[in-house]
Design a protein around this ligand. Structure first.
Ligand code: ADP
Length: 189
């Protein structure tokens, strides 16, 4: 299996590039943010809980997120692989993902980390707010909080994969196509 962790700060382009990777390698796309938003829309219990964190730009608690991700992975019979978008965001989530994949006799193939400077992220998120309808894109304070949470809790996850020699840093500046090609090259190497 080809199991890709697509990593990077809010606004780095994970969602956009996931679409390209899904098409190119025929992977199952699991975006924890998208799954939470679908639950919010469907007014499920999980959605109501997630919303209280997401609207502030905070992380949904690990226990909840990990359980949700596990049940999503189990929905797929024999996929060619997964692209994990927005997960893992903490070291505890990374350890849980390793355990889950090991149970299925597979593992994370690589972490592809989109690298984009903070100033550019703020510009992209403000622009996305015009069309996304996302509460967490609309407020500069919430955007700043998401970036701070990323630096504090999520950035250390990169070291977890560096220790396993699976980390690949990708320049996230350029056209969508340029960046897609960099990702393909990193996976085909
Ligand atoms: P972005 O990366 O642009 O912030 P996402 O759609 O990936 O957007 O995530 C939106 C929000 O969903 C996060 O700010 C967080 O509240 C919640 N979320 C998504 N994935 C996770 C996760 N793995 N762990 C905890 N919370 C998450």
């Amino acid at each position: 299996m080809l199991n890709v962790v697509l990593f990077g700060p809010p606004g780095a382009g994970k969602g956009t590039q996931s679409e390209n990777l899904v098409k190119k390698f025929d992977l199952v796309h699991l975006s924890t943010g998208d799954i939470f938003r679908a639950n919010i829309k469907g007014e499920t219990e999980l959605g109501n809980l997630a919303k209280s964190y997401m609207d502030k730009g905070a992380l949904v608690p690990d226990e909840v997120t990990i359980k949700m991700l596990e049940s999503e992975v189990k929905k797929h019979e024999s996929p060619k692989g997964f692209i994990f978008d927005g997960f893992p965001r903490t070291k505890a989530q990374a350890a849980a993902l390793d355990a889950l994949l090991a149970e299925n006799n597979t593992e994370v193939s690589a972490m592809l980390a989109l690298e984009v400077p903070e100033e550019e992220l703020k510009i992209r998120l403000a622009k996305r707010a015009e069309t996304s309808g996302r509460v967490d894109d609309a407020n500069p304070k919430v955007i700043q909080n998401r970036i701070d949470v990323y630096q504090r809790e999520t950035a250390p996850v990169a070291a977890y994969y560096q220790d396993q020699d699976k980390y690949r840093g990708i320049n996230g500046i350029g056209t969508i196509e340029d960046i897609a090609n960099r990702l393909y090259e990193a996976l085909e190497a």
